[in-house]
Design a protein around this ligand. Sequence first.
Ligand SMILES: Nc1ncnc2c1ncn2[C@@H]1O[C@H](COP(=O)(O)OP(=O)(O)O)[C@@H](O)[C@H]1O
Ligand SMILES: O=C(OP(=O)(O)O)[C@H](O)COP(=O)(O)O
Length: 413
Amino acid sequence: MIKVNELNIPTLDDLNFTNSKVMVRVDINSPVDVKNGKLLDDSRIRAHVDTIRELVNKGNSVVLISHQGRPGDNDFTDLSEHSRLLQKYLDLEVEFVDDVMGPYARERIKNMKSGSVILLDNIRFVSEELIEASPLQHSRSFLVKRLSPLFQGYVNDAFATSHRSQASLVGFPLVLRSSAGRVMEREVSALAKVFNEEDSPKIFIMGGGKVLDSLRIIENLVKRRLADRILTGGLIAELFAVAKGLDLGKENLQVLEKVGVLGLVTRARKLLLSGAPVEIPVDFKVEREGKVYEEPANKVNGVIKDIGSATVGIYSSFIRDAKTIVMRGPMGIIEDERFRESSKILLRNSMESPGYLIIGGGHMISLLGGDVNVSSSKMHVSTGGGALLLFLAGEKLPALEALDISAREVLKK
Ligand SMILES: Nc1ncnc2c1ncn2[C@@H]1O[C@H](COP(=O)(O)OP(=O)(O)O)[C@@H](O)[C@H]1O
Ligand SMILES: O=C(OP(=O)(O)O)[C@H](O)COP(=O)(O)O
């Protein structure tokens, strides 16, 4: 069992599925190249290989379900390319079933041989999946009623979607013996460590562009006294610099206004006044007329694109002394090579620090070469974006709650 907050989540070790038919909810939702519809990155597909192989090796037949994109968006595609990539990484035949819960899908599932693998099509082709509803309500959906009688168990390995209360995530655990898969287990155990008092000092390095999300996390971290220091970069650093009264110049205020976050200055100021341990950069890399300059934070003249080298030095000294380090969001506009260095140095120093490191979000992972399977006893790379943020902010994740309900109500029967 993984114990996280007040939840008890069964793992594959607790249920030990053998020679059974098991449904596995994965998150292989991947970025799509809008020009040709091809997948741009397959790290989420690779992440689930261990869970699937383990189940297959124990004689189980495995039926995988996942979503891809949202209806109406460019990345809302079928899962045929995903199945080819899964087959390649698993080195096992993966049958792609171009149906979700109709007679064809049910017939293919009924006729599965032991140790075989099926990938059903995009679960969001089913309208019930698109509603956020309670586990009880979803357990009565057509999706759950049609598919669950074909299975002996359900495994949720989709940590990156665990902040959604959708049928494929919260409905099945109420009617099937259910556990977390290895990705989910790895994610939840590693992230729960952040809440372990003994691993202090805890340092959060927060950058990137999701300013409102970051502010929400910082408010929660402060309220729950989870962070000893919060080192800011990216747009959130600019917000706090303004809140501290620094004059960043018209151009940078315009950037904050354009992304709709200038109105958050008062909230940031309130946090600072309440004694929040938020550090802001002492210098920035700015771009002016196509050239790059490093300038002190109180004398900025140009558009801020990254944190400066004095800040990198100071942040690195905090990193060296930390027991737990969480990194989410880059320090600068890393798409431009000239502004990638600070994030890379902080990432390298965090990896070399004796502290435990958690890295999340697509941009930081891209600095690691897109490999989400590099977790070790010293470091955890999260597959999650929104889910990671919400978990760290102390909010409840519906998919985890559903597994806890399952442990109490289905396993005990
Ligand atoms: N100072 C900055 N000004 C504008 N954008 C920034 C700045 N620093 C970082 N960014 C942008 O933040 C984006 C990444 O942020 P975000 O989506 O929050 O991270 P992640 O994808 O890792 O969760 C990048 O596109 C990067 O260009
Ligand atoms: O990519 C995902 O989330 P993320 O963009 O927060 O990492 C998950 O697959 C959830 O997808 P959704 O946000 O369409 O529910």
